[in-house]
Design a protein around this ligand. Structure first.
Ligand SMILES: Nc1ncnc2c1ncn2[C@@H]1O[C@H](COP(=O)(O)OP(=O)(O)OP(=O)(O)O)[C@@H](O)[C@H]1O
Ligand SMILES: [Mg+2]
Length: 252
């Protein structure tokens, strides 16, 4: 599915001061079907706001957002959202977390159980399907959360710093896993991160944003085949480019 943001602005009113806060100003962005697009930028530049708009959790103040050519009016099963914080049901096993949605929707649980087991294998959690979330590491929990979103077979995956809470090593392993999963499912991905290395490792294009007001500063195309190196000359060059774009935006 394609995603298109056309002159999108989002203004928040501060009820206390009576002032307006321009979180996003005139965002134009076209994301192709099956593209992996990363949103990179300093805190407060509007990354989460964009994700919320595409997810249908929020509406733009002006402009429009189309998914597969149709205006976004509400959240829908075509768009799966992965959050930073773990959002599993703590009293359900990994497998039952995956089956929660299908159960609520009254689907044939026998077939769904089979799919859930396949997804659990795909995210590398075979043998852990009967564990409760607290019996799993943070990385494993996040893999369950990703598998749970994939149960709905969304055409669009919206991820908001999904690996930010993980340690460096787990994070890298998860990036590799996520890249593999994306190459298999070929969903259109919008992936928010603060992490330049992560964006370069994963994305087809990186949208670099600036703040006050939130806007697009530049779009970098990552023209490297997968699986990717993390240390090549080209990676260093792209890292430098991204840093040069972001550093002036950082307020200290
Ligand atoms: N519901 C809201 N009401 C008022 N202001 C908001 C609301 N949501 C976001 N904002 C403001 O809009 C701006 C952009 O916020 P947003 O959360 O999209 O940034 P971000 O890029 O995701 O930041 P971070 O990297 O810290 O997650 C911020 O200044 C924020 O305070
Ligand atoms: Mg955010």
């Amino acid at each position: 599915m394609t995603i298109s943001l056309q002159s999108v602005s989002r203004v928040f009113a501060d009820s206390e001061s009576g002032t307006e806060m321009v979180a996003l100003q005139d965002i134009d962005l076209a994301i192709a079907d099956n593209e992996f697009c990363a949103l990179l930028g300093p805190s407060g530049c509007g990354k989460t706001t964009i994700l919320n708009l595409v997810a249908g959790f929020d509406m733009p103040s002006s402009g429009r957002i189309l998914v597969d050519g149709r205006p976004v009016m509400a959240p829908g099963p075509d768009r799966g959202v992965i959050f930073q914080s773990l959002s599993l049901f703590p009293w359900l096993s990994a497998l039952d977390n995956l089956l929660f949605g299908p159960r609520v929707r009254g689907l044939d649980l026998k077939a769904e159980r089979h799919r859930a087991q396949e997804l659990i294998r795909m995210v590398g959690l075979e043998g852990f399907q009967h564990h409760l979330p607290h019996e799993l590491s943070g990385g494993m929990q996040q893999r369950v959360a990703i598998a749970r979103v994939l149960m709905n077979e969304p055409s669009v995956l919206l991820a908001d710093e999904p690996f930010a809470a993980l340690d460096e090593y787990t994070r890298r392993a998860m990036q590799e896993e996520f890249s593999r999963i994306w190459q298999r499912t070929r969903a259109t991905v919008v992936f928010v991160t603060h992490n330049i290395e992560e964006a370069i490792f994963l994305a087809d294009r990186i949208v670099v944003m600036g703040r006050k007001p939130g806007r697009i500063k530049a779009v970098l195309t990552i023209d490297m085949p997968r699986p990717r190196s993390r240390t090549s000359e080209r990676v260093m060059e792209l890292t430098r480019q991204a840093l040069d774009l972001i550093q002036p935006e950082v307020a200290i």
